[in-house]
Design a protein around this ligand. Structure first.
Ligand code: NAP
Length: 245
């Protein structure tokens, strides 16, 4: 498999890229920090990735760079087979309510520009005869909850979009793979209180890679979160108004 990964310098994206390198996939990295990209590329080469691991800068705050970044990936890999998006940002609900600039940035990065990026990727995958678009959303998009109201709204929109792509383009050869992590121990969640069923990046990466290989449209990781969110979705509105989670 060859794959382009946006967001593999840290967290779950990094864990997934390392699994793919170990099984000798061909990889190309996109991200916003050239030094981090270079460090990650060397790490993946040392782990066994096929050929040289190329990289190009791509900042989700700057949609005008998406086409050029994907062009570079395509030139390096030949044909694009798989595009994985794990990059995103997080801030607390309180910070987002009180800081309009931060709110604007998070809404843009996690929703508007992630969709612009996916549209560029989708077009290229379909032009190449088909392929897989794998995007990390979140269980926070499954039910509106007070502590992650704004972050969750970006993920709800993203999940909706990916499901729509599946309905529209699956028969044309586009496989969409939506990963919905629960709470996972990464730099994104550092310092936050850990709920039950907290996962590890490597555990999520193994589940995501299986879903990727199978072209499975929706996957919760760790898997228990499927049932947790099933129950949360059933809770009446009156309970959600009182709940602290
Ligand atoms: N951790 C959780 O509990 C959790 C739960 C549910 C869903 N998720 C979702 O799972 C995905 C991965 O999360 P994670 O916890 O692994 O995150 P993470 O460790 O914080 O890593 C985030 C990645 O996104 C990149 N990134 C951030 N802003 C970017 C930008 N403007 N342009 C390009 N790249 C950017 C970072 O690059 P730099 O190295 O340059 O910073 C990093 O590679 C995200 O979509 C997140 O929303 C996480």
């Amino acid at each position: 498999m060859n794959a382009v990964l946006l967001g593999a310098t840290r967290g779950m994206g990094r864990a997934l890229a390392r699994l793919m390198a170990a099984r000798k996939d061909r990889l190309f990295l996109l991200g916003r920090d050239a030094d981090e990209l270079q460090r990650s590329a060397h790490d993946l080469e040392a782990l066994g990735a096929a050929g040289e691991v190329g990289f190009a800068q791509c900042d989700l705050e700057r949609a005008d760079g998406f086409a050029a970044a994907l062009d570079r990936a395509q030139d390096a890999l030949g044909r694009l087979e798989t595009v994985v998006v794990t990059a995103a940002q997080f801030a607390s609900q309180e910070e987002l309510e009180n800081d309009a600039a931060l709110r604007d940035r998070l809404l843009t990065v996690n929703f508007t520009n992630t969709i612009h990026f996916c549209e560029e990727a989708r077009r290229r995958l379909l032009e190449g005869g088909g392929g897989t678009l794998c995007v990390f959303s979140s269980v926070a998009g499954d039910r509106a909850r007070k502590p992650v109201l704004l972050y969750g709204a970006t993920k709800a929109g993203l999940s909706h979009y990916l499901n729509g792509l599946d309905h529209k383009f699956r028969r044309s050869g586009l496989k969409t793979v939506l990963i919905k992590p629960g709470f996972v121990r990464t730099s994104m969640t550092a310092g936050l209180p850990e709920p039950p069923f907290t996962g590890e990046p490597g555990q999520v990466a193994r589940i995501a890679l299986r879903a990727l290989d199978r072209g499975k449209p929706v996957t919760y990781a760790p898997k228990i979160w499927r049932w947790v969110m099933f129950c949360v979705r059933l809770l009446p509105r009156a309970v959600m108004r009182r709940a602290k989670f």
